[in-house]
Design a protein around this ligand. Sequence first.
Ligand SMILES: Nc1ncnc2c1ncn2[C@@H]1O[C@H](COP(=O)(O)OP(=O)(O)OP(=O)(O)O)[C@@H](O)[C@H]1O
Ligand SMILES: [Mg+2]
Length: 384
Amino acid sequence: MMGFGFHEADEGGGGRLLSCYRPPVPPLPSLDDVWPAVEHATAAVGAFDRALSGFRISGRPVPGTIGRLFARLDAVHSSGAEGATTTFTDLLEYETSLNRAPDPQDAGQVAACADAFEALQGKAFAPKAAILEIHRRLFERVPDPHVSATAGHWKRYANCTADYDSPNGMFFYTRPGSVDAALDDWERFTLDTGGPELVRQALSHWMFEHIHPVDDGNGRVGRLLVPLVLKRKSATDNACCFLGEAVHSNKDLYVDGLKRGRLTGDLAHWTRLLLSFAAQTAERNLMRLERLGEILGRWQAATAGLRSHSLVHRLVPWVLTRPAFTVRDALAGIGAGTFASMNTAIGRLAALGLIEPANAAGRERLFAAPEVIALFDSARNTVR
Ligand SMILES: Nc1ncnc2c1ncn2[C@@H]1O[C@H](COP(=O)(O)OP(=O)(O)OP(=O)(O)O)[C@@H](O)[C@H]1O
Ligand SMILES: [Mg+2]
């Protein structure tokens, strides 16, 4: 098999010389080899992108549709692909004023992944700086002080993964001393133009994972960069080309694809795979968005008869993207009303059957919109 890229020696711990991989700037595959995948992904991502732009209430975008719902779903899956156990429902509950989850530490990291997305999605960031920004958010609150100390920093020691084709069964990513130069090449390639943008970002992701510039979180950071960069380059109107869900259900194919590209130098296979992940995820998300539109329509019809200045009308679009909440959350989120008036408005939605109490009556009552949550929580197996 043809080798691809080259190896550099690094003095790892204990005076051992490690052979670390340095990925090349990959050539774009021949369009003939990837065309059906490019067409499919472009159509699927484009359809979801347009549907998001057109998702409006009274002519205005529904705030939080991407950040509160789709980016959170992506964070759950992208983290789930790496072993996190927090479900979409767990994440929502963790982010209410109750701030609780079966594994709060795990939920905190998933929430940090989604927050990093929200912080960067509208910005003209420099990709290299964005890596550290996302990494900082992912790790700064981890209780282990050795880990939190690495937050927002490049790796200082060579990192590796088990690989039976490599000497000693370990494959070492780019050595720390070359990370800066390798990322300069990566950033240039990522921001450059020429060829279909989705293909370029598929290759950029391949390159990024082989550099592995931070100690931990390279998978999550790398996957988050794909939708963010595509939006940053105006290839999509919204940061919506998510990969997490498809990677979560096809982790072995994903890792094999990364590795096969390195071993053969043929990145057409990798490109087709990553584009199929983007397409699959976009198609499922489009279906969710369409159902969300139906729910919104029904909710608006159910509340149309209420006084026009009723808080209920402000609550409807808010609950749509915040489908688990307490009265305190609604007050803070909507920024109007008193505790009593919000409580009454929430009671109206509950009486109409649009939301329901999700815990026993008490001081801090949790409310949920089960129809919305069911669209996103695959642990409930409602979206196939
Ligand atoms: N053989 C490989 N070659 C290149 N990249 C790989 C290989 N195996 C895994 N990867 C990439 O590395 C990621 C895992 O790296 P890292 O641990 O830094 O990230 P993470 O988000 O914390 O994931 P994890 O929780 O699995 O550790 C995978 O998601 C994948 O993108
Ligand atoms: Mg990890």
